[in-house]
Design a binder for this molecule. Sequence first.
Ligand code: SF4
Length: 370
Amino acid sequence: MALLDLHTGDLVPGTGDDDALLEPTADAAALAAAAATGGPIAIRFPTFGDGRGHSLAVLLRERHGFKGEIRAVGYLIPDLAPFLLRSGFDTAEITDANDVETWKGALTRIRHLYQHGFRNPQPLRRDASKREAEELNARLAKIESLSERIAELRRSVEGRIVFSTSLGLDDQAILNAVAESGADVDIFTLDTGRLFPEVLETVELSEIRYGLRIRLVTPEASEVEALVARDGVFGFRQSVDNRKACCEVRKVRPLNRELKGAQGWITGIRREHSEERADVALAAWDEERGLMKVNPIADWSTQELTAYIAENNVPVNPLHARGFISIGCQPCTRAVQPGEHPRAGRWWWEHEEKKECGLHMNPRREGKAA
Ligand code: SF4
């Protein structure tokens, strides 16, 4: 027998010999008595399919506020590891110390959990996700072709990958590459209700050109009504707080709803966009949203972008020809004069450092460039 630390996946010294032992049939009095010992408490599993041990651990943690060590003993298999950890167990008695790598692997394998658990998220899974993101970032940095980068992303991330497009130049280049790669990607744009008509025309043009659908994701009508009732139709011009509230309702919340359950998120962020984005990675683990955030043209210069658009005859928003570079909602975007910063036309009445809408907050925190 060997004792496995479920938090680290490593073997630790000790046996369950002196623990208070709870059988799966333990009643409330037995639980209270075991909790009063201060631990460690061992809970026995007569078969690996018997879930009563998990319930006892959750009761010890949640009802009795037990803070000491809880050990799983008995008939255990490696697949149980993440569920034991979530139920509140700290250690598990394993029959063969040579199985430790199998147990460790099980602790990193499950990515998405639906039921309530005493602990969530899983620290080892988080470490593995960060490592996978760093590895993907390194692989993408070695690939020149944009469509190959998208294909590599598709090979690397299981499950739903979403691409949130603003139909701007950066995103149109990515759209071209997604279509070229044939990768299965869920494409949508945030229809805030304040978009330029030219943006919607670009949606249609792109759908015809590439033979795909770009979903329009709208905000909750009741939230928009409440916002406008409080701040007025153009309330976002009155203060940074009002503007952020408007972006929150019309962009951030709809985006978050769409990102729920996604495993990958493609964006058109480039390092040249702003000081805030200067060291953004090609791929980074988004801790808050629990997914792989991929910025496949993060390392492109504006010259590379415009050359790609021209070479591939990518459909573009006609507003670009009229001096609009970064295009958001109609009332919050103006054309940029020669020599001005590309994002100078967004919320031009605000100070530079406040000019993020919340979709890509703290890009520095999401991972540095390779
Ligand atoms: S860009 Fe302007 S109109 Fe659009 S959501 Fe933000 S504040 Fe509201």
